[in-house]
Design a protein around this ligand. Structure first.
Ligand code: SF4
Length: 196
């Protein structure tokens, strides 16, 4: 029954057109989820390339993300292992300084009901500030401060920068992230996936 409820909900999301008036390329909700998933990855919203392919993280950000996780593509795209629920499910278009923020209607409408079905999550990975505002509302300080406090939340939750190539400079000036946080994240992911 719960699985059927989840499938009905997932279909409602796929059919959603709530904010279509604000989406320059139209609605195309892109996400991956299953009630058995053990790792939850929360990104921002699909970019243009993902909008076209329909496959989440099928871009340079995804390559870096899978490297951070120590995860191959087969595991990453197995919905029974990994849930990919960005803060907005449709490509919001681009502005003068890159992709626009995720549409706020999306999380307000769908996030709570979907997360209710994901009762097996052992580790949540929060990518960037939009995801953080929802999943770590108590966090105070800059995003860098909060990423640096990873030991306080590990191994159940990690906040990282978005793996976008746009953040290359940030990664270069904060080498501790790939030296210390990423190895701990890989270990926590492997453990979460081993758990039933
Ligand atoms: S962004 Fe979310 S709320 Fe808006 S149309 Fe897509 S699925 Fe619906």
């Amino acid at each position: 029954m719960a699985a059927r409820d989840f499938e009905m909900l997932a279909q409602d999301v796929r059919d959603c057109r709530i904010c279509e008036d604000h989406l320059p390329f139209g609605p195309r909700p892109i996400f991956q989820a299953h009630p058995d998933a053990r790792v939850l990855i929360v990104g921002q919203a699909p970019g243009r390339r993902v909008h076209e392919s329909g496959k989440p993280f099928n871009d340079p950000s995804g390559v870096r993300l899978r490297n951070w996780l120590g995860m191959d593509e087969e595991t990453f795209y197995d919905a029974r292992s990994v849930a990919l629920l960005p803060m907005g499910f449709c490509f919001p278009g681009t502005g003068s300084s890159g992709d626009l923020p995720p549409r706020p209607e999306c999380a307000a409408e769908w996030r709570g009901p979907l997360l209710e079905h994901l009762g097996n999550i052992r580790l949540t990975l929060v990518l960037g500030r939009y995801a953080m505002a929802w999943h770590v509302p108590e966090a105070r300080g800059t995003l860098v401060d909060i990423i640096g406090q990873w030991r306080e939340r590990a191994p159940k939750l990690f906040v990282t920068p978005h793996p976008s190539p746009r953040n290359q400079r940030w990664l270069k000036s904060n080498p501790w992230f790939e030296d210390e946080t990423v190895p701990a994240l890989r270990k926590a992911v492997a453990r979460a996936l081993r758990q039933g």
